[in-house]
Write a protein that binds this ligand. Structure first.
Ligand code: ADP
Length: 372
C-alpha cells in the first residue's frame, strides 16, 4: 500500500510517500518552516507535489498528544478532529500545527482515508505505579495530572526493529530504548509494552535535552517564582527553550559541543557529563524495575550518530552485563538498508544496538495496519 506520511513539528514538516509492503520510501520531502511563515501554505505546496505521484491510498499524520482517549491509530473525520483539538492545551507547540496540516491535507486529498497516529499511544500500557505522580488524588483528578510519555511512535518502532534484527519475539525481550534527538526520552519496554518512560505529563520531564532541562527539583521552580519573580510564561520559556544542552553549553548542537569539549571547553565538557550521567541513571533504574535488561538501544540524531555519547552512556554498566565493542561502536553507519547495528562484544549478556529512527515509516505502517 502507498501511504503518505506527514510528520509536522513546531518548526518543520517531514513527509514521505511510503510503500508499506516493501517498507521503503517512494519519495520524500522536508520543509523547514521559519517563524512567521505560513505553515498551511507550506503544507499545501508539499501536498500538491505528492498529488501528482498518485495513487496515494492513505494518509498518516503524526499527532504528538492523544490524551486519555486516543491510544490507537485513529481514522480521522470531523468529529475525531474536534476531539483532538480539545487536547491542544496539553501540547500547545505540537498539536496545533499537526491539526492545521490534517485539515489542509483532507481538503487536498479528500478521497484518501486519513489516520492520526499518536506519540502518547504506545505508553497507554504504563502501569499505575509508573503513570501516577505522588500528588493528592483530588488534585490529580481535577487537573488531569498524570504521566503520558512521548516519542512512542519511535520507541515502538525501535522495539519492533530490535526484535526483527535479533529474530527474537518482542514479548521475550526487556528493552531500554534511548531516543536522543533534540527532544530525548528513555523507555522501558517489557513484553513489547511500554512500562516506564522518562517524559511525563509534558515532554519536559526526564533527560537533558537540546533546550529542555529535563528533571529538576520542583523546589527550584518555587524558588524562581518567589525569589526570581518569574511568572508561568517565563518559567515555561526558561525550561523549554533556554535550558538543557543550550543552557549548559550555549548551543544545542551536540556535534559542536563534542568539538568544543575536545578542544578543552569546560562548559561543553560539563554539558556532556550531565547529559550522559542522566541517561545512565535512567538505564540503571529501568534495568532495576524490569528485573534486568536484554537490549539497550540508541536512536535519533545523537543516539544514531554519536559514538562518543553511546560509549559514555554505557560506561560502568558492565555490572549488568553490558559490554561495548569500542571498534564496532565507532564504525556505526546506519542507512535505510542497514537500519540496525550491533555494538556489543559477543560475550555481552546485554545486546547493545543503534537503531535508525523512522517516524514516517512507522506511522505509515500503523495506518496501513489500521486500514487492513
Ligand atoms: P529532532 O528531535 O529535532 O528530530 P534529531 O533526532 O535530528 O532531532 O537530533 C538532533 C541532534 O542530533 C542535535 O543535537 C544534533 O547535534 C545531533 N547530531 C546529529 N548528528 C550528529 C553527530 N554526527 N554527532 C553528534 N550529534 C549529532
Amino acid at each position: 500500500m502507498r501511504v503518505l506520511a506527514l510528520n509536522c513539528g513546531s518548526s518543520s514538516v517531514k513527509s514521505a510517500l511510503i510503500d508499506t509492503a516493501l517498507g521503503r520510501r517512494v519519495q520524500e520531502l522536508h520543509v523547514e518552516v521559519v517563524a512567521g511563515a505560513d505553515f498551511q501554505a507550506a503544507v499545501a505546496e508539499l501536498l500538491v507535489t505528492y498529488r501528482t505521484s498518485a495513487p496515494i491510498e492513505a494518509v498518516a499524520h503524526r499527532v504528538v498528544h492523544g490524551g486519555e482517549k486516543f491510544v490507537e491509530p485513529t481514522r480521522l473525520d470531523d468529529a475525531v478532529l474536534s476531539e483532538i483539538e480539545q487536547l491542544n492545551h496539553l501540547a500547545p507547540l505540537h498539536n496545533p500545527p499537526a491539526l492545521a496540516a490534517i485539515r489542509r491535507a483532507r481538503s487536498v486529498l479528500p478521497d484518501a482515508p486519513h489516520f492520526a497516529v499518536f506519540d502518547t499511544a504506545f505508553h497507554a500500557t504504563l502501569p499505575d505505579h509508573a503513570r501516577e505522580y505522588a500528588l493528592p488524588a483530588d488534585v490529580r483528578q481535577r487537573f488531569g495530572i498524570r504521566r503520558f510519555g512521548f516519542h512512542g511512535i519511535n520507541h515502538s518502532h525501535v522495539a519492533q526493529s530490535v526484535s526483527a534484527h535479533l529474530q527474537i519475539d518482542v514479548t521475550k525481550l526487556r528493552i531500554i530504548s534511548c531516543h536522543l534527538g533534540n527532544g530525548a526520552s528513555v523507555t522501558a519496554i517489557e513484553q513489547g509494552r511500554s512500562v516506564d518512560t522518562s517524559m511525563g505529563m509534558t515532554p519536559l520531564e526526564g533527560l537533558v535535552m537540546g533546550t529542555r532541562a529535563g528533571d529538576v527539583d520542583p523546589g527550584v521552580l518555587l524558588q524562581l517564582r518567589r525569589a526570581g519573580h518569574l511568572d508561568a510564561d517565563e518559567l515555561d520559556e526558561l525550561l523549554n527553550k533556554r535550558s538543557g544542552l543550550k543552557g549548559l553549553a550555549g548551543t544545542n548542537d551536540m556535534r559542536e559541543i563534542e568539538r568544543r569539549a575536545s578542544a578543552g571547553d569546560q562548559d561543553c565538557a560539563l554539558a556532556i557529563a550531565v547529559y550522559v550521567h542522566r541517561i545512565r541513571k535512567y538505564i540503571g533504574a529501568y534495568a532495576a524495575s524490569m528485573g534486568g535488561v536484554d537490549v539497550i538501544a540508541f536512536t535519533a540524531g545523537v543516539g544514531e550518530h554519536s559514538a562518543l555519547i553511546r560509549r559514555r552512556c554505557l560506561e560502568r554498566l558492565e555490572f549488568i552485563g553490558a559490554l561495548l565493542d569500542v571498534t564496532r561502536n565507532e564504525a556505526v553507519k546506519l542507512t535505510s538498508d542497514q537500519p540496525v547495528a550491533i555494538l556489543n562484544v559477543s560475550a555481552s549478556k546485554v545486546q547493545l544496538l543503534a537503531v535508525r529512527a523512522d517516524e514516517e515509516l512507522a506511522i505509515a505502517q500503523a495506518a496501513a495496519a489500521a486500514l487492513s
